[in-house]
Design a protein around this ligand. Sequence first.
Ligand code: BDR
Ligand code: CA
Length: 306
Amino acid sequence: MTHKIIIDTDPGIDDAMAIFYAALHPEIDIVGMTGVFGNVTADIATRNAIVLAERCKQTIPVAKGANTPLVMAPNGVSDYVHGVEGFGTMAAQPITGKPLDEPAHEFICRMINENPGEITLCPIGPLTNIARALQHDPSIAAKTKAVFIMGGGLDLGNVTDFAEANIWNDPHAADIVFAANWPITMVGLDVTTQVQCTPADFERLAKSTPVLGGFLNEAVQFYFDFYASHYGERGCHMHDPSAIIAITDPQYFTIETHALEVIVDGARIGQTTRSADPSRPKHKVPMGVDAEGVKQRFLSMIETGF
Ligand code: BDR
Ligand code: CA
């Protein structure tokens, strides 16, 4: 079965891992990417999505999306985690293609309407573009095959004790997305923090696949520096690739179902919680993971590259 996916992204070092995995997977067809602010600005995210597609030698339509949250003032980009240009200490990478003229939310709606029941959305950044798409055309909810989100967490935060970065960067958008009646799998910190990789993993990739693995190995050093200073260990969580792997390999995950809502103000802003509101749809929430299985799946997929 081929999964037609649109990746909504803020590349971002782990975004690059996710996009390379998806590009190499024989059963994934990346039919579009959309850039959103988060780790970097929307302009840099959009350019970096094109950088990653071109490095994979794929022609993928890329649309630029939101540079600010729906309601609140921006928190500011996470350049201290991903680097000023998004890929660690690497300078801005040149591109030959250019973004579509169509804004991201309109591109998402058009693609879903042209392919009803076939498109899987994979947001791995703040959910602003996805919420804007729902606001632009609420009918897309019933026509989307699935939505696999990297974001949130029921019992964990990373930017605060309560909130995960993608949700914290636009909690109002995230709440709109979780309130919609479409089949969401929220791949959150509950599982992504269990999937950890080491410098040796990326050295292996740099040797076996210099173009793709070498790029990741260079970019990830800055991410490792952040983890070393923040968590005291040189390694990193594989947030965004875990969300894509959940599409193709659900067997690695133990899944619960919960109605979800997002706290949009106060000390717990950006927290994803179980909702008691009976009008809210239930979504899939992986709470357990075969972490070694997911990591090896990622590494072996990148090793099919070049
Ligand atoms: C998420 O936030 C971003 O920094 C990462 O790319 C990932 O999407 C993890 O909290
Ligand atoms: Ca991301």
